[in-house]
Design a protein around this ligand. Sequence first.
Ligand code: PLZ
Length: 460
Amino acid sequence: MSLHVDITAPPAPSAAPMTLAPVEQVRKLVTAIPGPASQARHAHRTSVLSAGLGTVLPVFIERGGGGILVDVDGNHLIDLASGIAVTTVGASAPAVVHRVQEQVAKLTHTCFLVTEYDGYVEVCDTLNRLAPGDQPKKSALFSTGSEAVENAVKIARAATGRPAVVTFGHAYHGRTLLTMTMTAKNAPYKDGFGPFAPEVYRAPLAYPYRWDSGPERCAAEALAALEDLVVKQIGARHCAAIVIEPIQGEGGVIVPPPGYLQGVAELARAHEIVLIADEVQTGIARTGAIFASELEGLVPDLMTTAKGLAGGLPLGAVTGRADLMDAVSPGGLGGTFAGNPVACAAALGVFETIESEGLVARARHIEAIIRAALDPVAAVNPIIGEVRGRGAMVALELVVPGTKTPAPDLATAVAAYCHRAGVLVLQAGTYGNVLRLLPPLVMSDELLTEALGVLVEALG
Ligand code: PLZ
């Protein structure tokens, strides 16, 4: 049997690391989007890949750099998606590429359960130091966000000896059995995939824009509902963890009202319930702080990260109170690929880039540019119900004019317009009516302003 591996351009054997000229940071369209080369590949893909795999934009990408993605037809697209909040330091950031190339040549894998290596410990040291609060902290590494969330729940259960997990409306936590159960939205994440994991409960999310009695009453009423669920319905002494995204991502970039997260933390503390902040999407400088929890003075007991942590290589982490992290017996946490050395090297390149490029401040600057472009449009365009978000995680909720009725078709049409014009945006939200902007933090003001110009044109 032959494997038929089609290596069209075999790399020349060389000791020198591969270097490429930087990707030109301009939007450039040389064909329609998707172009003919992408269309041909997409047709082939459809015949060989599971129909269960969706794709926002059927364009095949060959290269990425900074805020630009280059497709197989030679089009340069402006990336306002960052691979869903992953390439926060830019696609193929130089420090990530450099460290990964060096690491992959030295050691690809040993499995941390078998033998140890420095990169794993360095990543954990850094996360422990950066995570909110000055309590003693420890970390463990995994490969994905879902796995990080799943393990945070395992740790909370081991530490408390309790079964129940509380999540929220509109939440997204992953696609594994436990995390899809914790996820709120049925289609496409859960549809047909039951029965679901037991002992997962859902409280209403403090969603100011859609709170029935108005945004002012949202925090207090949502907290009362949470307390009722925890104390009266589940019973606090059965409750292992409350898991919350400090700003919901897939749910539609929902920023909780001031004081709400503090209220959740107080309730958790009062009943010795482990508070888990799911920072998989918000973490690692995305929101104008290293962690979005910091924006509300939240000190979670445990925190999950992934996505932006390793600049595109698969790495997830749980970080938190040392006493909780140590409640699991040796061997209880791990995985073959968990904390892979190449992914750890990438993470160290991410931390280096955030520091050397001042990307935390840069995220706040990006928020200011986006708000300056979109707020005036929102004031006069009735399809925009709300502009919200923090740092480089901003969204527009689109509605039927004069109502709050979600307008998913409008969001799809605006996204399609942007895509045709070479600007990659994402949709989000339980109702699919939210347009989400997640640019890499290294994107220049000019490129961002150009992309926002296209978006504003599309909204018009
Ligand atoms: N927790 C808060 O945002 C991943 C999902 C994309 P994984 N969000 C993007 C999709 O449709 O699969 C996410 C998240 C939060 C957990 C996860 C899960 O992270 O790395 O996708 O497993």
